[in-house]
Ligand binder design. Structure first.
Ligand code: FES
Ligand code: FES
Length: 163
């Protein structure tokens, strides 16, 4: 067992755990944070995506020992409608980009990471930004529509601020 201290959804947390425990198991079993899903378990589907220091990472491929000193965000830790992540989730619902919902938490975090790196991605860049996240239901069109709507909102706000 090792003792680890990290920030989980904004709260400093210390735990004792075997160092080789997978982060997805830790989140789901010890913290009841079940938004991150296990799809493939081998780094191919993106359903287990979390943010580590603000960047999207696959929690099925991360081991507990890698959490020390990091800041971890899951969809449960995203704030509501007022922030960008809340707007992404709202746009997904508005545009019918959520069907079974299995891919949605990972998708939302991947989009959040993309928009941190690029504030105005076009459709092609949006597609590239989510290409590590598989969705078996929507055919991606509605997801890209939803993200495009968020980008338009951001663009509209930036215009308002500059006028
Ligand atoms: S469960 Fe982690 S990438 Fe599929
Ligand atoms: S909504 Fe079902 S896998 Fe994406």
């Amino acid at each position: 067992m090792i003792s680890l201290t990290f920030v989980l959804n904004g709260k400093t947390t210390t735990i004792e755990t075997p160092p080789d425990r997978r982060v997805i198991d830790l989140l789901r079993e010890d913290f009841s944070l079940t938004a991150a899903k296990e799809g493939c378990g081998t780094g191919e589907c993106g359903a287990c995506t979390i943010l580590v220091d603000g960047e999207s990472r696959l929690s099925c491929l991360m081991l507990a020992a890698q959490l020390e000193g990091r800041s971890i965000t899951t969809v449960e830790g995203l704030e509501g409608e007022t922030n960008r992540a809340g707007r992404i989730q709202a746009a997904f619902i508005r545009h019918g980009a959520v069907q079974c919902g299995f891919c949605t938490p990972g998708m939302v975090l991947a989009v959040s990471d993309l928009l941190d790196r690029e504030s105005m991605p076009d459709r092609e860049r949006i597609r590239q930004g989510i290409n590590g996240n598989l969705c078996r239901c929507t055919g991606y069109q509605k997801i890209v529509d939803a993200v495009e709507a968020v980008v338009s909102e951001i663009r509209g706000r930036a215009k308002e601020q500059n006028t």
